[in-house]
Design a protein around this ligand. Structure first.
Ligand code: ME8
Length: 519
């Protein structure tokens, strides 16, 4: 149930290029965004969560030509692979947008016309060193001729060729002061701070007008009124965030409800597009600006960048098959402070799976629930008076919601999880100290109280863990007798477990990772 006094929440991922298949970096971004979307839903907000694919541009056209198929065929095939990945990762998106969707053409042409009407678009000529891979022009100083006699971008090491074309330009130079004023007024427009600072310094160095159309290929959204031009892929790509909520129908219910977006989640390589071009386009079109651009880092495998030539590109589905979906989701959000670059390797994942999930959480749940099954007729026991230790632990667990809220508000997922796991650690210590298996013989009422307190912590943690580990948390909430629906919302944290609630037979939820034994 959504609560009327909680504001609607609109969150997006970047839309991926379907010129290849998805990798762990893509999975990481959708998992984090999904956790955020689920958190807000459980906290009573109406959420719109969008992800999808960015299908236009020369890169797509050229990749397709190499395969002897059309760009649309390539997009259809790989977009389906991205959609499948999201489904395999349990991503709760509300729309999977494709920039080849009909409504997206209308939205892109509408924003173009608004920017044009505002005097920000003019026709001129563009010449420069163009990188197809980056879909960007470079000035000569930013390129280098290598031993093979070919010229490359220094920054991205991609091949550039001299290209001259008639092009429409966007007056980005007019927006330098306005952007700096925005950053000043909204100091968390970009996050984390270190990555936002890079954007701010870039803008302070001065902005040049931006070439926003191409005539050398036709795989894109036609420029309204001059159809030999297609829009520069980033103009239409960024506009996806508007299309998804009904633009250009700004009076529509969804646009009114969800625009401006609350958070755009993106990787560090595309921060300039989102924190500079995008707000400038929106200002020009007279539209409200997103609240926040959250810039995450890159994942590396054992410290090595993923690349096809190194053969270390891991398919997200293989990863999930090896460790389990919730385990992967937990690992990525717990291990790497969101925003920082992160490294993953087998040992680190197994460490988290066994220590945090199987031992700290799984064992606690299983031991307490098994004792309840055996000694309390499978019902939540009636607690006696709480001791200061009980009160302290329940207080700690009860305070987790606020801690998690403040951490999730800034996409500090690892901070939220760390706080939750600290309480689990304390609960394990409490369980060991109180030794309910001893109390069973000496003081049944006290045993009941200790089991009750432990189950109550497990319940609160299971509710709070849902955004990160939806299916394991659901299994735990099943065995805690908490039906789907209101009892699993964050608002239910404040309502303690009812003594006498019938509990189904407990079943372990977090398996240990055992290394496969060679036959
Ligand atoms: O950039 N680790 O698409 P894309 C973490 N179409 N994140 C990574 C990553 C890695 N190793 N590699 C890529 C595009 N990403 C554009 C976006 S939005 C209007 C258009 C992230 O398929 C990357 O930073 O190259 C981006 O946020 C997303 O994956 C899609 O990357």
């Amino acid at each position: 149930m959504t609560s009327p006094e909680k504001s609607p929440f609109y969150i997006t991922t970047a839309i991926s290029y379907p010129n290849g298949v998805p990798h762990i970096g893509h999975a990481y971004e959708v998992i984090a965004t999904d956790a955020m979307a689920r958190f807000k839903r459980l906290d009573g907000h109406e959420v719109f969560f969008m992800t999808g694919t960015d299908e236009h541009g020369l890169k797509m056209q050229q990749s397709a030509e190499k395969e002897g198929i059309t760009a649309k065929q390539l997009a259809d095939r790989n977009s389906a692979a991205f959609k499948q990945m999201s489904q395999d990762l349990g991503i709760s998106y509300d729309r999977f947008i494709r920039t080849t969707d009909q409504d997206h053409y209308a939205a892109s042409q509408a924003i173009w016309k608004k920017m044009e009407a505002n005097g920000d678009i003019y026709l001129s000529k563009y010449e420069g060193w163009y990188s197809v891979r980056d879909e960007a022009y470079y000035v000569e100083d930013d390129t280098v001729v290598k031993e093979d006699g070919l010229r490359y971008s220094k920054e991205t090491d991609t091949l550039v060729t001299w290209t001259a074309e008639e092009s429409y330009f966007f007056r980005l130079s007019n927006y330098q002061e306005k952007l700096l004023a925005l950053y000043e007024a909204q100091p968390e427009f970009g996050a984390p701070q270190s990555r936002f600072n890079e954007v701010i310094s870039f803008v302070k160095r001065g902005l040049e007008d931006l070439s926003i159309s191409r005539t050398t290929f036709d795989w894109g959204v036609p420029v309204p009124g001059d159809e030999k031009h297609v829009m520069y892929v980033w103009v239409d790509a960024l506009t996806n965030y508007l299309t998804g909520v009904g633009y250009p129908d700004v009076e529509s219910e969804s646009f009114q409800k969800f625009w401006p977006a609350d958070v755009h989640v993106i990787g560090k390589d595309i921060s300039r597009f989102h924190a500079i071009y995008w707000p400038a386009f929106l200002m020009s079109a007279g539209l409200e600006l997103p609240e926040r651009v959250m810039i995450h880092g890159f994942l590396t495998n054992n410290g090595v960048k993923m690349s096809k030539s190194l053969g270390n590109v891991v398919a997200p589905q293989d990863f999930v098959a090896q460790y389990g979906l919730d385990q992967c989701r937990y690992f990525f959000l717990r291990e790497v402070p969101f925003g920082a670059d992160g490294n993953y390797n087998h040992e680190a994942i197994v460490g988290r799976m066994n220590a945090d999930l199987a031992n700290n959480f799984g064992n606690l749940a299983q031991r307490s629930l098994s004792m309840v099954a055996k000694n309390c007729e499978g019902k939540v026991p009636q607690p006696g008076a709480f001791t200061p230790e009980d009160e302290a632990l329940l207080g700690q667990a009860g305070a987790l919601l606020e801690t998690a809220r403040s951490a999730f508000e800034k996409q500090e997922f690892s901070r939220a999880l760390e706080a939750i796991w600290t309480v689990l650690g304390d609960t394990n210590a409490y369980f060991a100290e109180q030794a309910p298996w001893v109390l069973r013989k000496t003081d049944i009422e006290r045993m009941n109280t200790v089991l009750y307190v432990t189950l109550e912590v497990v319940r609160i943690v299971a509710i709070l863990a849902q955004p990160v580990m939806p299916s394991s948390s659901a299994k735990l909430l099943d065995v805690l007798g908490q039906p789907e629906g209101d009892a699993r919302l964050f608002a239910a944290i404040a309502t303690p477990l009812g003594a006498g609630t019938e509990l189904p037979a407990p079943a372990p939820v977090f398996p240990r990772y055992e290394e496969p034994v060679d036959a």
